[in-house]
Design a protein around this ligand. Sequence first.
Ligand code: ZN
Length: 437
Amino acid sequence: MFKAVYELGKLVSSKVEQTQRFTTDIGDNYVHELAIVFDKRGDNVDFVRCEKRTRSRRNYLFREKKGNVSVPISLTLRSAGKGSEKIVEKFINYGKANKTPLASEISKILFEKKEQIVDILDKIMDTLPKKERKFYTVVIRDGGEEKYPGDIDEFKEIFMKNILKDTDALEVEGTCFLCGKKEKIGFKASEIFKFSSFDKPGFAYELNDKKYYVNMPLCSNCFSFLSMGKKILDQDLSMNFYGSKVYILPRFYYRDVEDVKDLMDVSRGIKRIKELKDIVVEKNNPYKAFEINMYLYLAEGVYTALNFVFYTAKNQEMKIHLSVLDVPPSRLRQISDIAKSIEDELSLTFATREYQPSVMFGPLYEVFKDGRFRTFFDYVEAIFKNEKISLQPLKRATLEYISSLKLNSKPFATKAKQLVTSAFFVDRLQHSVEGGL
Ligand SMILES: [Zn+2]
């Protein structure tokens, strides 16, 4: 998977400027932007106001950093829930440490009007739901244009200087984990992917449960590509999946990067699928469009497959539940076709006013979610990978589940039908191997 993320990053990086490779996603939960707005006329800078804005795709020049940093590398910081004063102080430090014109000017104004600005920001903060996350940034109005930190050359230079300074260890020579070249290797993959489990085969090609401690030193180029790839994953290719999340990671095989550059825009369409289960739903299936596009390129010699990485994240640490690698588009079409055929068949005998047979992962999740999460993912794996799996655990779990519903006098007929539909689907997939892959 590292390789795939790296390749994705490399592909996208050919289109974007250097700083973009090193910024990280602020995080889906951070929905509220607290902007300190300044007005710039020539060399003259004035404070205008503070505003609450909705987070957008503007270039915040954000980079996640561990620990308590007193001088940030950019003027975008997540709220740590400790009030606005600490953040404003850090922004002031930014200008003191980087004595460039705009940074100094902003720092000076923030220092002079600190009380006033902190007060406004805290008041805005109080109006926002406590549970929803916030972040702070600055906006510079310059000649009718609004600029965020990532739009300002001066800030971009400071950012890059800090990234490079962070890697004093770059002086160490060694073999890069990704490109395998003898390079200066001061970067670690663990700064981008933080795992609480490393035990899924195929996740990183030199890792397994006996070698989980393997360090993954990277050269600066590979680090920037991996970092960029991770950002694309978080922004565009990550979705919810029954109590966990999943990355859907396309792999492109190509001879010339020019051939596939545009594919990235196509693959971003994946994000329009809110839930993975939607890929087996026929109507308005955005995945279909993706797949059809892929075939055009397939004919021209570009081959593609998809990796599915199921995970949960806690305190920025990922726990991988399942990593399904190299699923060809034909397998997904097969899943979709079989789901459709089961639904058609069962609609004759099974359909009621309450229940229209449809194949979903939901019922499987429901019977296994308490204590047998692993078994749920065994079935998910069997579905995506066409691995042999016994229906026995599903049958047993179904019986237990239905009897407990009965025992508690809860409605069970629809649930039972859903489970039978799912079992039929898994069974049919198991028996349709020929020519499938
Ligand atoms: Zn490298």
